[in-house]
Ligand binder design. Structure first.
Ligand code: ADP
Ligand code: ZN
Ligand code: MG
Length: 626
């Protein structure tokens, strides 16, 4: 039961039954072919082979007239055939002449033997049979290699960059496909102009940065923008991800970097795009457990290659990262990625535009309120919104609609922001009622507090891990939290807890998420935002950073034990004061709380206007015109 709870517990990878792997099948077939070959030649061999007989026996048989025909291969080898096969053995025989027998032919003719001159003792079949073991061995090794390659190790292509080149002009992405990001586009336009006409810039001696780093949160459209630049400038675009450089063999990354830059030189003017640069570009010498020699070598090679480039080459190196703070400072030096372009999270207008852009791919119905959707999706990235449109289309398709309606968007949005609604989950009546009071507590406070966000909707259908959800609908994107806003937010967060306390005299574990959020907010007010008179505008302690980034491992607490106690007291004071106000407001309006809770038990979900009708007044903080 939480305000705006994000759920991350839904993904349950469905396992497929183990399938007969294509590689295994290929191996089996090749093995069968091999065995077949072998058997075939074994049979052939016994048929085509002659028994070897001593020359003396041959002479004897010749005199007795048993020989049908003879072939003299060279001066010393003969193969022949008996008239009838001897009792033990076969018709064909072979013999070696021990010395040059000049009388042999005469003797043969005398005995009416058919005589032929063979060309050579090197019978092709003989040669082949001699080579057979080698051929089999070779084939075997070859198949082994195929197997190794097929399973992904790519035995022979380690050092190649594997950069993907975008050539597809039919699906060209341009700046038109990127909503908002005006500032970024403006800065990148210069790069586009340069790539279109490098001469103009070189003539006048203007230096265009060789390296441009796109910095922004995940999903803000960095990769998209890079592709749009290539589309606008109409030049080859080589795309590689930072992690592609990192392989388990030392030296491979460096050689891939070299290869990538070579490709760039050959295809100039062009763009080299390194996505997720932080995978290779992390500060050298940082990190746990042993050296990351391979990564450092790769990075060094990249630095060297970038130094070797000049604007005149007409190659622009673009890179994207969401962690510029962990990049090695050497990468950001002049001459390398000295131009940084920040890609911001979209604001409310940009969100609207992004939704509109993605709606071009679906048949939207006329009832879609883009503005409201943008308002209802604060803090989401471009990728989230693209996903939203897709989810809405999926809902529409499931219902066999021809168009995507606003209702589908609402459903998709709820799913994305709160987790999927578990409508079929059976909840005990008592628990359902408690949830209704809890959510009603949040809801009433949304209406009574002057600084609280207006309500979007409230539901007691479980979503994700939350038992129920109360969703606010901020009027605008909030970049700064005022003290009044922060305090009212804490009051709303504690509204569920307060209602439980008031109605049942005890509280449930359902309030834990609310309490956690309220406490975190209160601590930030005291320690970072200077919103406590007692503690003053002093920053207490450093912001926590996850240690795996490998920059600074130790975190210092820069205040004394006494200060720590004071801080805790102040945080507690804020929480308690807010809770008291919440409890008082709910006590004064207990009838409204009951009405709302009872209605929720029956109707399960209420949106802002329905709550408004029920309570009989508009939220205190509602001056929006729609
Ligand atoms: P990043 O590389 O910053 O993590 P991407 O460029 O991969 O993000 O963006 C993912 C998807 O989100 C894009 O393919 C696009 O569909 C959508 N998107 C993100 N930002 C925008 C935007 N400004 N305009 C239109 N679509 C966007
Ligand atoms: Zn709650
Ligand atoms: Mg990306």
């Amino acid at each position: 039961m939480s305000n705006n709870d994000y759920d991350d517990s839904q993904k349950d990878p469905d396992k497929k039954p183990p399938k007969f792997n294509l590689n295994n099948r290929a191996a089996l077939i090749s093995l069968l072919i091999l065995v077949g070959f072998f058997l075939f030649f074994l049979v052939f061999q016994t048929q085509g082979m002659q028994v070897h007989i001593p020359y003396s026996d041959f002479k004897k048989d010749l005199e007795q007239g048993k020989i049908q025909k003879i072939e003299i291969l060279d001066n010393l080898t003969i193969i022949g055939q008996y008239k009838t096969a001897p009792s033990e053995g076969q018709r064909d025989f072979k013999s070696q002449i021990p010395y040059l027998d000049n009388d042999l032919v005469e003797e043969l003719l005398k005995n009416n033997v058919i005589v032929e001159g063979g060309s050579t003792a090197n019978d092709p079949l003989q040669i082949f049979l001699g080579l057979l073991p080698w051929i089999i061995a070779f084939l075997f090794i070859w198949f082994m290699f195929r197997q190794v390659q097929g399973s992904g190790s790519r035995a022979f292509s380690f050092g190649k960059s594997r950069a993907k080149r975008y050539l597809d002009t039919s699906k060209k992405i341009t700046f038109q496909d990127v909503a908002g990001q005006k500032e970024a586009k403006y800065e990148l336009e210069e790069v586009v102009q340069f790539l279109k006409n490098p001469g103009k810039f070189i003539k006048i001696g203007a230096r265009i940065p060789t390296g441009v780093l796109l910095v922004g949160m995940p999903g803000t459209g960095k990769t998209l923008l890079a592709k749009a630049i290539a589309g606008e400038a109409n030049v080859p675009f080589f795309h590689m991800s930072g992690s592609d450089f990192v392989e388990m063999f030392v030296g491979v990354g460096a050689s891939r970097v070299r290869d990538l830059f070579d490709q760039g030189r050959k295809n100039a003017p062009c763009i080299l795009f390194i996505d997720e640069l932080d995978a290779v570009g992390r500060t050298r010498g940082a990190g746990y457990g042993g050296g990351h020699d391979e990564r450092e070598q790769t990075l060094n090679q990249m630095l060297v290659e970038m130094d070797g480039f000049d604007t005149k080459d007409g190659v622009i190196i673009l890179a994207a990262t969401n962690r510029p703070d962990v990049l090695d400072p050497a990468l950001l030096r002049p001459g390398r990625f000295d131009r940084q372009v920040v890609i911001d999270m979209p604001d409310i207008k940009e969100r609207e535009d992004i939704i509109r852009i993605h709606c071009r791919k679906i048949p939207p119905s006329d009832d879609i309120d883009y503005q409201k959707l943008a308002r209802a999706t604060p803090g989401t990235s471009g990728a989230d919104l693209a996903n939203l449109v897709n989810e809405a289309a999926l809902f529409a398709a499931r219902k066999n609609q021809t168009h995507v309606h606003m209702a589908d968007f609402e459903e998709a949005r709820d799913k994305l922001l709160m987790g999927i609604a578990k409508k079929s989950k059976i909840i005990p009546v008592k628990e359902k009622e408690m949830t209704a009071y809890h959510e009603a507590g949040h809801t009433i406070l949304h209406y009574f507090l002057e600084n609280a966000d207006p309500l979007h909707k409230v539901t007691i259908i479980p979503h994700g891990r939350a038992g129920g959800v109360t969703m606010p609908l901020p009027k605008d994107d909030i970049h700064y939290y005022s003290r009044g806003y922060s305090e009212d937010k804490i009051k709303v967060l504690l509204g569920g807890y307060a209602a439980e306390q008031l109605v049942y005299g005890e509280t449930t574990s359902g309030a834990s998420n609310d309490i956690e959020k309220a406490t975190r907010l209160a601590r930030m007010m005291v320690c970072e935002w200077g919103m406590s008179e007692k503690m003053g505008p002093v920053a207490y302690g450093q912001k926590e950073e996850p240690i795996f980034i490998g920059k600074e491992i130790a975190r210092h607490r820069e205040y004394s034990e006494e200060t720590a106690q004071l801080l805790d007291k102040e945080v507690e004071k804020i929480i308690i004061d807010c809770l008291n106000i919440s409890v008082k407001l709910l006590t004064d309006n207990k009838d409204k709380l009951k009405l709302l809770a009872d209605t929720l038990v029956v109707r399960e979900t209420l949106d802002g206007t329905e709550v408004e009708e029920l309570l009989g007044f508009k939220p205190k903080n509602d001056d929006i015109e729609e």
